[in-house]
Design a binder for this molecule. Structure first.
Ligand SMILES: Cc1ncc(C[n+]2csc(CCOP(=O)(O)OP(=O)(O)O)c2C)c(N)n1
Length: 341
């Protein structure tokens, strides 16, 4: 059971599930999380060099939600996301070079350098869009789900939102509408308990978000966001429900960001969050607990992990070199993709 509202129990009592998964799949989930972690750490390390010209919102500590959720989606399923979107984009299959070009404002970025880190999209892999406006994509994603229903399309739409987004009126309207129309959509709420530096307890009455969402008349689940397999299984159920035409699901997934709200480094020293709270979450780091779990099953060891890390680092360095060597937009590019009468 999850120790809500704080950290999950990660992989306690999950050994019996191992035999129901192919080892390759289990290792792929680990590699995908490790990849996001290594890329994010390198982005963070280089951020102060000031070659990256966009704000960043690191997902270090929140890798299991993106990886677990995307593993339950097909390429044709759509994913919308918030400002904290690097993990979503990479887990959905987005191109690393195109993401780093976006961070460096280069023309080869996935939005031609118009979006920066908070507006990543790649239609070819179903990464439908992300937005810096808190909750901004939630009604848009709901519209995409309505379009699927109206046109008889089989894709399911998932939208990631933070706990603060649940305080926006647009989310209430979207949940109400999706439940009314029984839309094929999953609202995936990463509850990291902070809106910038404001704790949830100072912003909302004492309640559990998944129960609040259930009040809109939809299926609603609470899942440990530090356990990639738990996230995967919960998403599988939600996606299957949507595909059967049985309507939307809200998923609340408690997680913890190990870095500052925005930018590089840790801002805990400013005093807005308790060091003990952070340390408790570090004990259930999604990457390390999963590594220990797989290691105890004999599926991985430090040597295999180091080999994976080396490959990922080489890929990351190559992608940074590519981004830094890519052209910047010209003044003429300002006038493309602009619609005006
Ligand atoms: C409509 C709107 N209001 C306020 C902001 C400023 N803002 C940017 S991120 C953020 C906190 C978002 O918290 P949450 O949705 O929980 O996501 P997290 O950053 O924790 O991942 C706020 C208030 C904004 N970008 N958009």
């Amino acid at each position: 059971m999850i120790r809500y509202p704080y950290q999950g129990t990660s992989f306690d009592d999950w050994q019996h599930k191992l035999s129901s998964y192919a080892p390759e799949f289990l290792l792929k989930l680990f590699r995908d999380m490790l990849r996001i972690r290594i890329i994010e750490e390198e982005v963070e390390r280089r951020y102060f060099q000031d070659h990256m010209k966009t704000p960043i919102h690191l997902v270090i500590g929140q890798e299991a939600t993106s990886v677990g959720a995307c593993a339950a989606m097909t390429r044709a399923d759509l994913l919308y996301a918030s400002h904290r979107t690097h993990g979503n984009y990479l887990a959905k299959g987005g191109d690393l070079k195109a993401m780093l070009c976006e961070f460096h404002c280069r023309i080869n970025g996935c939005t031609g350098s118009r979006g920066g880190s908070m507006h990543l999209m790649d239609k070819s892999v179903g990464m439908a869009g992300s937005s810096a406006i808190v909750a901004g994509v939630v009604p848009i994603a709901t519209g995409a789900a309505l379009a699927a229903q109206m046109h008889g399309e089989s894709y399911v739409t998932t939208v990631f939102l933070g706990d603060a987004a649940t305080e926006e009126g647009a989310v209430s309207e979207a949940l109400n509408f999706a439940a009314l129309k029984q839309l094929p959509i999953v609202y995936f709420c990463e509850n990291n308990f902070y809106s910038v530096q404001s704790p949830l307890v100072t912003r909302q009455p004492k309640r559990e978000l998944y129960k609040w969402a259930a009040g809109y008349g939809m299926a609603s689940e609470l899942v440990d966001g530090t356990n990639v397999l738990a996230v995967y299984e919960t998403m599988q159920t939600a996606v299957a429900r949507a595909k059967r035409g049985e309507g939307p699901t809200f998923i609340e997934s408690p997680v913890y960001r190990f870095r500052a709200h925005g930018g590089a480094g840790d801002d805990s020293k400013t005093g807005y969050r308790d060091i003990a709270e952070r340390e408790a979450w570090e004990k259930v780091c999604p990457l390390e607990t999963y590594f220990t779990f797989l290691k105890s099953a004999g599926l991985i060891d430090e040597t295999v992990r180091n080999t994976m890390a080396g490959e990922i680092m080489a890929e990351t360095m190559e992608a940074f070199d590519y981004a830094l060597a890519s052209p910047k937009p010209t003044e003429a590019d300002l006038y493309t993709h602009v619609y005006a009468d």
